[in-house]
Design a protein around this ligand. Structure first.
Ligand code: FES
Length: 56
């Protein structure tokens, strides 16, 4: 399921980005482009980032 519809970024993409070293929303934006269009995905992206970093 997409977190960011505008940039077609899924939960899986976020987990992969975290595994590759992303630690902040800025990192995710730079790596995936999420949140750079309408911004509606940012709260869900932040939650997913928190979950993914907790698993590392
Ligand atoms: Fe992510 Fe629009 S849904 S920028």
């Amino acid at each position: 399921m997409y977190v960011c519809v505008c940039k077609a970024v899924s939960h899986k993409h976020i987990h992969r980005a975290v595994n590759e070293g992303a630690v902040s929303l800025r990192d995710l934006k730079n790596l995936t482009g999420l949140g750079t269009c309408c911004g509606k995905c940012v709260p869900d992206a932040r939650r997913t980032l928190t979950e993914a970093t907790a698993r590392r």
